[in-house]
Design a protein around this ligand. Structure first.
Ligand SMILES: [Zn+2]
Length: 427
């Protein structure tokens, strides 16, 4: 690898850097980064005219379902990480609702042994054994084995005393606990958001308050257990954002992520019984989307995460109430963030990079890559203005369950560099 990006815009918020420069990478190391053309470039160096492109510290998706072990007909570690690289990510966090669940060092070892390519796979282990919400997992052992976060994602830890004990148990090693916030007694058998569309389609509704009561409960538990680290997965409601703001104002160590589909779509996308708009939490109302965008812009939200949830076409072709929840997101996230947040809503690029790179690493406690001579190249490179059509046939993911097929997007991932490797994105 010997590649020179000429006149690329480097955006690295932690280094307070936003400038057009020359960026030269050889054998996985940044050898030059500056505003003047570098000296000593050989004829063998590949020169890329990168006008209108951005180089940022590698993007992180902290909410990915890789499906392996257990459901490799939906996705595998190999295809999921290929999709991550193709979508512009150097790092992902895989969620523990595999079969078996990630609740033992053996499962972590299995995943780590298979994830040795360009994309770093970080592990979110289960809070409780089998994600059953009853007995706590051996968190200390799981951290020793490499877990960076804990969640029973897919399910909420429904028993408040179990969650309280999880916070207390996590306190000596200050582990990060994340919650899929859903009061199951309110949402039992739900199909979509509880609103006008559900009423018209005759589908069962998931009211926003079912998410909010768990956020409120957990914020209080995290505080009562000595201000523990707590992360809200896929936040989807205006009321949830209000609680997050309150917790942050109280000085609590609470963070949150939002998905691209929740800042782009409303429950109207499910009209016509579109199972590719069925997910958990469901798509909400216009008022929720506006609250989410405001919170993305003002720094209340810490991260954009996809909740990439592969399913087969056969599963999604079932009648709406029977189809499984979830959509894929790794290969549309960068395009949606740039189209909806940067181009359409005017969020600064610096904020986009914070949400997709700096923020998730900060929440997870991962080292922040630098863009400087001598540093390893951990980079996401995007063409900011390139217009493209989402063609799911081009995805590296095994799955095709996306509501964004044939959407026109502006802004496209082009290159990902990490672990001494380089990937040319093909979307
Ligand atoms: Zn979830």
């Amino acid at each position: 690898m010997d590649i020179l990006f000429e006149r690329i815009r480097i955006v690295s918020p932690l280094e307070q850097r936003d400038e057009v420069a020359y960026l030269w990478i050889r054998d996985g190391i940044i050898v030059y980064c500056g505003t003047n053309p570098p000296e000593g470039v050989s004829p063998a160096t590949e020169r890329i005219t990168a006008h209108g492109w951005m180089a940022a510290p590698g993007f992180v998706d902290m909410h990915v379902h890789l499906r392996e072990p257990g459901q490799t007909h939906k996705e595998t570690i190999a295809t999921g990480t290929a999709a991550a690289a193709n979508g512009g990510f150097t790092d992902i966090v895989c969620m523990p609702n595999t079969e078996p669940a990630i609740d033992s060092p053996a499962v972590i070892e299995y995943i780590r042994n298979r994830a040795t390519g360009l994309v770093n796979v970080h592990i979110c282990a289960a809070i409780t054994l089998g994600r059953r919400g009853e007995v706590l997992s051996p968190m200390h052992e799981l951290i020793e084995a490499g877990a960076v976060m804990f969640s029973d994602d897919g399910s909420c830890v429904r028993n408040a005393e179990v969650m309280r004990r999880a916070f207390l148990y996590a306190s000596p090693f200050d582990a990060l606990l994340s919650q899929h916030c859903e009061e199951h007694s309110i949402t039992e058998g739900f199909d979509m958001h509880d609103g006008a569309i559900a009423a018209r389609l005759g589908l069962r509704g998931y009211p926003s308050v079912a998410e909010e009561v768990i956020i409120a409960r957990d914020i209080l538990l995290a505080e009562a257990c000595g201000n523990r680290r707590y992360h809200i997965s896929h936040l989807s409601t205006r009321g949830g954002i209000r609680l997050l703001r309150l917790a942050k104002a109280w000085g609590l160590r609470v963070s949150a992520e939002v998905t691209p589909h929740h800042f782009t779509l409303t429950h109207e996308a499910a009209d016509g019984y579109n199972t590719n708009a069925k997910m958990n939490p469901p798509l909400r109302e216009r008022d929720d989307v506006e609250a989410i965008i405001e919170a993305l812009a003002d720094g209340t939200i810490d991260a954009i995460a996809t909740d990439h949830a592969p399913h087969t076409a056969e599963e999604k072709q079932q009648p709406f109430p029977l189809a499984p929840n979830g959509i894929i997101g790794l290969e549309t996230a960068v395009g949606l963030a740039l189209t909806e947040l940067y181009h359409r809503r005017g969020l600064p690029l610096r904020r986009i990079v914070e949400l997709m790179s700096v923020g998730p690493r900060r929440v997870l406690g991962l080292e922040q890559p630098r863009i400087a001579p001598g540093a390893p190249a951990v980079l996401t490179i995007v063409a900011l203005d390139e217009e493209w059509t989402v063609e799911p046939e081009r995805f590296r993911s095994t799955a095709r369950n996306t509501p964004f097929a044939h959407w026109q997007l502006r802004g496209k991932p082009r290159f990902v560099l990490n672990n001494g490797m380089l990937w040319r994105c093909q979307l």
